[in-house]
Structure formats: C-alpha cells, structure tokens
Ligand binder design. Structure first.
Ligand code: GLN
Length: 538
C-alpha cells in the first residue's frame, strides 16, 4: 500500500515547496524506496503550455509529451526518474474531466457538486499517480487560505481520513521572518497559517521552517506547542548554497527521525555520491564562462532546466559554470565580439518569435568563424542552419518560415503532417492554434558514426530526447548543406535532429531539448560534452 506525504505551503509563495518536496523524495529514494511525485496546480489553465514564460517560468515537457509545471523538472532532476502527464494536474483538467463526464451522462442524472464529484476526481487522480510506488509525495501549489486550493485540501483531508494513520503525513512549509528592527524571528504568521490548515481539518505532522537566521531551541519549542506538532517535527530550512544541498541539510537538521517514526520504517539514505556532486557545485576546482544567448533574460526561471543541466555537467566535471547572460538584442546593437567575445563556449537556447533572432544569428556566426565551442538548442539549431545557408552557401534569403512565411529559401519549414507519439496523424498549418500543434515529448534519433553527437551519446543505435517546437529543418537542403561542410549528425524518421560543422572543433545544434533529461546524478550527454569542451577552451 502506497504511503503519502502531502506538502502544503503557508504565509507566502516562493518558499521553495518544490525543492522541499523533491528533497524529501530524494532522501526516501536514496533509502532504497520506490518513490514518485505529484504536483497539483490550482489554477484554471488546463496546462501551462499556453502561458507566457514571463508569467509562469519554464514549461517542462515530460517524455510522454505533457506540458507541465517547472516543478516536475525539479522532481525528475532530484529523484533521477522519468515522470509523465499523470504527475501534474490542474483545476482546469479536473473540471474538464468532470464536465465531460456530466455531458456524457456519466453521473446518472445526479446534481454535480464540488463535494463529492470534484473532490472524488481529485482523489482518483492522486491515487492513480501513486500506483506501484512505496511513497507518493504530493505538492499542492499555492498557499493555505487560497480559495482555489480548497477542493484539493478537502481531497487531502479525505484521503488522510480513509487511510491508516501511518500511511499519510502532512508537511507544512512556512516562513519564519526575521524583523531586523526588532532583531527577532517571528512565529506568528506560521501559527496563523497552521490555524487555517487546522480549520480545514488538517493538523500538520511536520513544519519545514524557511528562515534566514538559525532557529533557537525555544522558538522551535514555541512553534511545536502552538502548532500542535512534536518538537522533532519542527525542521529548520535556511538558505542553501545549492538547491541540491537541501536534502543533506534536512538530514543534518534531523528529518529522518520524525519521518521514520511516523511511518514506522527504517531510513538509511546513501548520500555519498550525492554529497560529492554537491561539493563539486559549491567548491569546484575549475571555472568556465559560458555565453548564454537568449531573449527572456529578465526571467531566468524560463530557462530553468537548461541552467540546471549546466550545473549537473559542472558537478560531474568539478567545474563552476559562470553563465554570462547575453541579450540577443544587445548583440544586434553592439556586435557579437563586444558581448560574447571572452566566452569559453557559446550557447543559443530555444525560443519563439522573431525578436532577437538577428543577434542570435550574429552569435552563431561568431562561434563558427572563431571556432568557439557552440551548442544550439531547438531554435539555436534551426538558426545554425539559417546562418550556414546565408553566410556559407550564399543563400541570402534563407530563413525559417516562422519569421518569413514567404521566404525564398525556407530552410526551416512547417511539415503539414507528422505522426505524433501515439502514432496519430497530426496536421500543422500556419492557422493551427499554438497549443496542441507542436511536436512534443520524446522521439527517437540515430546519431551518425564519427560525429560529436555519437561520441557524446555512445554506441546504441537509437536514443530518445524530448521536443517542443512547430518547425523542422527542411530536408530539401540536406545535400547542399552536406556538400558545403555541414554534417547532419542525427536523424529521426527522415527529420533532421542534429547538425555539426566539419572544420570546427565542436559545433553542435540539436532540434530536441537535451536539458529536459538532465539529472544531478545522470547529466545529459551532449550538455556534459559541451561543458567539457568549454573547459578545454580556457
Ligand atoms: N520556434 C521554433 C519552433 O517552434 C523553436 C522552438 C524552440 O526553440 N523550442 O520550431
């Protein structure tokens, strides 16, 4: 029977509930248990796929092609697992299923209500995500007291009521603010948020206290007493030098006892490899400067998986990655040399829309001509082809139809038909709505022998990486490109998945997003090789 840990948040958002949940899951996983995770998002959007990255941060894509909350990315990176569409759901999805069932007559004429129908749908989804696991960690987005969170709280309360006491645990993540003028840490906001939880019928078993100052013992005692929690269930959580240090800090703060006592299990996590990697992140031996060329640089959260993937590669190479954030529009204004001239390697990330594209092309030209290690991801690969066509092949009007639908040389184009992951035929045209017309999720590719792609991935015939894009490289130009020194180094059922340049030490463009499969313990092969090249370039 699966055991559940429900993680709620109090006082305010951005306390790191996702990292807290992932860290607890890591401790359980490293103790040899089968662990999975679920994120519930109480907003009404069906998924975050159509939300602006400025609003919501990154959209994380699962292997089965779901566009999910960025916390799912943290979960995969911490517990080294492949999650699926089941591991993230929203209010929008819950209501969509309930209303669909109502329209189909599935409720046999009953009046449909939040309790029981909506809450039952939520419970079914939680149970379904738990099947086959020893533990499911469920993180509820938002903060206690939010109106939209109430049906989920009720579902948690009901599951807790229905299962034996040693099968469910509630952890509440809260803030203990430090008031500088008074020189004091304050527990009142936490007391109030626990009162709010108890009003709904949930008394937490553990408090994870986010704080900028160490919590004195008497304050812990006060919190335990006022919130009706055992003393050893009050866990201090200060700011960490790296998110990956949080599981280690939790263990140091004594989290093992209250968890093993509550569930009546023995926990002996093996954190040896993990600690070494964290040491390499915090106290690395080498250092490299990587130019990260993108356009949403104000909100670095929209590139979360990629910056984390660089950190993983750095941890395995004992190297600190200094990311030099380069706004592609600034490159347009002042030129590539000025902005990326002293980088050990250049990365052009994925993106949508024409803003900043010229600057990205300049950065690619700079990397190609100056033989700086280059990795282009998704749009970064598409633009590598555009740049090569324009400046090497002399096709001055080469473009992606995303930026010019009438381009004379549509080297990046829209294939109207493709077979999606489930084997269904999908139609894509310029009129198709954005949501639902992208190539999403995992697709196979075959790396060509002798290429950098093959050297990075290894000797298997087929590898899988995840996609999120509408446009594809046009195979009509393949022969011309190859003759002129561009290597098509990876292909997937006739689609071009990766390109390289013959007389360049390391220039790789990939149509997929390698960052989505990078985990702390198992870094992504092509990103690892890219960072390794950067270290050779210092
Ligand atoms: N805009 C491009 C496309 O849709 C690239 C997308 C991306 O970089 N994720 O194909």
């Amino acid at each position: 029977m699966t055991k559940f840990i429900f993680v709620t948040g109090g006082v305010l958002s951005s306390l790191g509930k996702g990292i807290t949940s992932a860290s607890i899951a890591t401790i359980l996983k490293q103790s040899g248990l089968k662990v999975s995770m679920l994120k519930i998002d109480p907003y009404l959007n069906v998924d975050p796929g159509t939300m602006s990255p400025l609003e919501h941060g990154e959209v994380f894509v699962t292997a089965d092609g779901a566009e999910t909350d960025l916390d799912i990315g943290h979960y995969e990176r911490f517990i080294d697992a492949t999650l699926s569409a089941k591991n993230n759901f929203t209010t929008g999805q819950v209501y969509q299923s309930v209303i669909k069932r109502e329209r189909e007559g599935g409720y046999l004429g009953k009046t449909i209500q939040v309790i029981p129908h909506v809450v039952d749908e939520i419970k079914n989804r939680i149970i379904s995500a738990s099947e086959g696991y020893d533990f499911l960690i469920v993180e509820l987005g938002g903060t206690v007291g939010d109106i939209e969170g109430l049906p989920f709280m009720e579902a948690i309360r009901e599951i807790r009521h229905e299962l034996p006491k040693t099968n469910t645990m509630n952890i509440h993540v809260t803030l203990i603010p430090y008031i500088a003028a008074a020189g004091e840490l304050k527990t009142k906001p936490s007391q109030h948020s626990v009162q709010e939880l108890r009003r709904i019928g949930i008394t937490p078993h553990m408090l994870v206290c986010r704080t900028e100052q160490p919590l004195p013992k008497d304050l812990k005692r006060k919190l335990a007493m006022s919130c009706d929690i055992e003393y050893d269930g009050v866990i201090e959580c200060g700011d960490a030098a790296s998110i990956y240090q949080v599981p280690l800090n939790f263990i140091k703060e004594g989290i093992l006892n209250p968890v093993s006592n509550h569930f009546n299990i023995k926990l002996k996590p093996n954190m040896e490899k993990w600690s070494t990697l964290v040491k390499h992140i915090i106290l690395p031996q080498n250092e490299v400067n990587i130019a990260f060329v993108g356009k949403y640089l104000d909100l670095k959260e929209s590139y979360k998986s990629l910056t984390e993937a660089l950190t993983h590669a750095g941890a395995h190479l004992n190297t600190k990655i200094n990311i030099n954030w380069c706004d592609s529009e600034r490159i347009e204004d002042v030129g590539a040399y000025e902005v990326i001239g002293n980088s050990d390697a250049i990365l052009v990330a994925g993106g949508f829309g024409h803003r900043g594209v010229l600057g990205k092309l300049d950065a690619i030209k700079y990397a190609r001509e100056n033989k700086v290690p280059y990795l282009g991801i998704c749009l970064g690969m598409q633009l590598s082809i555009v740049e090569y066509c324009r400046n090497v092949l002399g096709l001055e009007e080469a473009n992606s139809v995303e930026f010019n639908p009438e381009a004379k040389d549509p080297v990046i184009y829209l294939i109207d038909e493709f077979i999606d992951q489930s084997g269904e035929k999908q139609l894509r045209t310029h009129e198709s709505p954005m949501g639902g017309t992208m190539r999403l999720g995992e697709y196979p590719f075959t790396p060509k022998t002798g290429t950098n792609l093959k050297k990075a991935y290894g000797n298997e015939e087929v590898y899988y990486e995840r996609h999120r894009h509408r446009y594809e490289a046009n195979p009509k130009y393949k022969e011309m490109l190859e003759k002129a020194g561009m290597i098509i180094s990876g292909e997937s059922n006739g689609l071009i998945e990766a390109v390289e340049i013959k007389d360049h030490p390391w220039f790789v463009g990939v149509q997929f997003h390698p960052e989505f499969t990078s985990h702390l313990e198992t870094p992504n092969p092509i990103i690892l090789k890219f960072v390794e090249q950067a270290t050779k370039n210092i």
